[in-house]
Design a protein around this ligand. Structure first.
Ligand code: NAD
Length: 395
């Protein structure tokens, strides 16, 4: 199912039938069964690369490694990337990879063999620059370094370690952007300052941990944190230093609660920054936060979105809130092509500028049409992609 409700979007935007027909389908969906021998044993992983739409530029999107990966999920995530890049006004299309295997089942050497197999099978897409991967759940900079090591083309992959052509600030870029979007949304929708709100963050990986750290540094009261195996809720705000030093919420030594109860915590702002589909109708009915920031991709299912709208809970959609990572990827790609150098302050500056502008566009349309932030973001992003199709004579 498409991430865009074209019937709903078309109430606010003229969508030519040819454009809708192109956007309802992926441009390309590739499958491979990656095979390699490890420790005398055959290891196999179903693997997908989906290019949703490349009208605005190379297909950009991370490589997800998880035993839950499916073609359907990879298609939705590729589609989200098309609209995320369009809303951030960066010249990339939407793509995504999924490798169906548990990252925990692989030692570093086996993991390198798996990534080499991925490169071997999909080499054409990587070397031609048609698809430019980055890290996503279950993958990280060292995997991107393996891809760079095989192609010797710095622009064919982003999210590399800074010493080998990666971008200073890329590691924390998504969390930084989520924190910027949270600050803007707190002021705009709740009419409060960041210092005056309490926050709970689900997920303690790259995105969740950095989001919590920036928000805590900027004065927000971070009260709740969770990961796949633990959740904590504090009596007083958790400091940035404590968050930085812990490798899991359990290590903070605070009051533990049931993992999924974190979503229902009595806080002003809830930030799902872990997996997709965690807010269904039942969870949405119990959420106490007045503002939800989608740091993860696709964390709210349609029914959950409907319930939150009915309850007057503001939701800042993923294509706006978590675009800091792809904005940083764009700077890294540009750096790889030009050989220029970028410092961390420039990375932060560009993310803040692009997200602030996109937020202003979305908020203004949401107010003028009395629609949700999600619908406003989709209308702007779909319009941008349609205009790009006209520029290229596709429609
Ligand atoms: P990650 O693998 O680094 O971290 C995921 C975290 O979520 C881990 O702490 C894990 O324990 C936790 N988790 C998993 N299931 C959970 C559950 N049911 N309840 C609570 N915690 C749970 O992944 P990441 O890179 O931080 O990505 C998180 C989300 O953000 C994903 O949806 C990803 O697609 C999205 N995203 C990531 C980036 C990026 O730059 N890394 C950019 C944009 C969007």
């Amino acid at each position: 199912m498409s991430v865009i409700d074209f019937d709903l979007v078309s109430r606010h935007l003229d969508i030519p039938p040819d454009a809708a027909q192109i956007l309802r389908k992926s441009e390309q969906e590739m499958y491979a069964n990656l095979n390699f021998k490890w420790d005398g044993r055959l290891v196999q992983a179903d693997t997908y690369i989906v290019l949703h739409n490349t009208v605005r530029g190379p297909a950009k999107g991370g490589i997800r490694m998880s035993e839950d990966v499916s073609l359907e999920e990879t298609k939705r995530l590729a589609e989200l990337m098309t609209y995320k890049c369009a809303l951030a006004r960066i010249p990339f299309g939407g793509g995504k990879s999924g490798i169906r295997i548990s990252p925990k089942s692989l030692c570093p050497e086996a993991r390198r063999d798996l990534i080499h197999e991925y490169i071997h099978v999909f080499e054409h897409y990587l070397r031609s620059g048609t698809y430019v991967p980055a890290p996503d759940m279950g993958t990280g900079p060292s995997d991107m370094a393996t891809i760079y090591g095989a192609t010797h083309m710095p622009e064919c992959v982003t999210g590399k370690p800074p010493r080998i052509g990666g971008l200073p600030g890329r590691e924390e870029a998504t969390g930084y952007g989520v924190a910027v979007a949270t600050k803007l949304a707190v002021e705009d929708t709740l009419g409060k300052k960041l210092e005056d709100v309490t926050v709970a963050v689900q997920g303690f990986g790259n995105v969740g941990k950095w989001t919590a750290r920036f928000l805590s540094q900027w004065g927000a009261q971070v009260m709740g944190l969770s990961d796949v195996s633990s959740a904590v809720l504090a009596d007083k705000p958790i400091s940035d230093t404590a968050i930085a030093e812990a490798s899991s919420p359990a290590e903070l030594g605070l009051k533990e609660i049931r993992r999924d109860d974190l979503l229902l915590a009595d806080v002003d702002v809830l930030i799902p920054a872990a997996a997709g589909g965690v807010i269904n109708a039942q969870v949405a009915a119990g959420i106490q936060a007045k503002l939800v920031i989608e740091a993860a991709n696709d964390p709210v299912i349609t029914e959950g979105d409907g319930v939150m709208q009915e309850r007057g809970i503001h939701v800042i959609p993923d294509i706006l809130a978590n675009s800091g990572g792809v904005i940083a990827s764009y700077i890294e790609w540009r750096q790889g092509k030009s050989g220029s150098l970028t410092d961390k302050s420039e990375t932060y500056e560009v993310i803040e500028k692009q997200i602030t502008r996109a937020y202003a566009d979305v908020s203004s349309l949401a107010k003028s049409k009395s629609v949700s932030h999600r619908l406003a973001a989709q209308v702007i992003a779909v319009d941008e992609v349609i205009q790009s199709m006209r520029d290229r004579g596709w429609i």
